[in-house]
Design a protein. Structure first.
Length: 291
């Protein structure tokens, strides 16, 4: 059994977001120009930059023990891998990305069935074919090497393309006919690697830390002191993951109160609890939340 985890970092749009997420989890990943082997400050992990489209295949084959890629590319490749964690992060937002079926704004196509016998360009050929087959639609699906949004109407009647904001689709005057799939990044692993107790534990721990960072996004901690007489009024104003924590102080008439809340809520709650009698109020950042 090897005490080295071979880990795939997705090259491309998720690359920097992945580095940033690992950094928040306590790992320092450094990319070097013209190198596909990033360094990481963990001697038990060896990193390799791999296109997200190819990640699941390399993990399935055991070339990599684990990696991060989108659910869409796992489906597209048909790879048999273990999904360890869903990790909701991306280049722009924390929302799932969408694969959408699009046509030019002035196209007569109004529903998927109207594309029978038509040409559809996409990078996700297998996923698109399965989607059409599930709706009883026969169409010509061809692989697109890039600039897919620019192909209709001359080179294709429709496209299936990935979108996060929709800006590129609007810029190319494309209209969405249907949503094919929603996708989020996944931490995936090779089945054999997960039978190695050391690798399984190592990967579970990495997944735990990455997920804890995502759960903590937009959250802050709030600490304050309160008179026992004011406690019910103050805690009634506090949202929390469960219930606020209340601890005794040396002065029996006072207690310490702490809780976690959305950062956007804190700006409203802080003045309210102060007015209710709270003192020594401290707001602090939350880096990780682990249930």
């Amino acid at each position: 059994m090897s005490s080295l985890l071979r880990f795939g970092i997705p090259a491309g749009s998720l690359q920097e977001a992945t580095r940033e997420l690992f950094g928040r989890a306590g790992f320092r990943i450094v990319f070097t120009a013209r190198s596909y082997s990033p360094s990481i400050d963990d001697d038990e992990v060896s990193c390799r930059l791999v296109r997200a489209q190819e990640m699941a295949r390399y993990v399935e084959q055991g070339v990599l023990d684990a990696g991060i890629t989108g659910r869409d590319w796992v489906i597209e490749s048909g790879a048999d891998v273990r999904e360890v964690r869903e990790l909701r992060f991306s280049k722009v937002s924390r929302k799932p990305v969408r694969w959408v079926l699009c046509v030019p704004e002035d196209s007569p196509v109004r529903q998927v069935e109207d594309l029978a016998g038509k040409r559809i360009a996409t990078e996700a050929v297998n996923m698109t074919r399965r989607y059409l087959q599930g709706r009883g639609v026969q169409a010509e699906v061809e692989f697109s090497w890039g600039a897919t949004e620019a192909k209709p109407p001359e080179l294709a009647d429709a496209i299936v393309e990935l979108t996060e904001t929709g800006n590129s689709l609007r810029a190319n005057k494309l209209r969405i006919v249907a949503e094919v799939l929603q996708s989020t990044p996944r931490l995936i692993a090779n089945h054999t690697a997960m039978q190695d107790p050391w690798k399984a534990e190592k990967l579970d721990n990495i997944g735990l830390m990455l997920h804890a960072c995502l759960v903590a996004e937009g959250k802050v901690g709030l600490m304050m002191n309160a008179r026992v007489a004011d406690l019910e009024a103050i805690t009634g104003l506090l949202p929390a993951l469960q219930k606020p924590t209340v601890a005794a102080l040396s002065d029996p008439e006072w207690v310490a109160v702490s809780t976690i809340m959305d950062q956007a809520v804190a700006r409203t709650v802080i003045p309210q609890v102060k007015a209710a009698g709270a003192r020594g109020i401290v707001e602090y950042p939350i880096n990780k939340i682990i249930d």
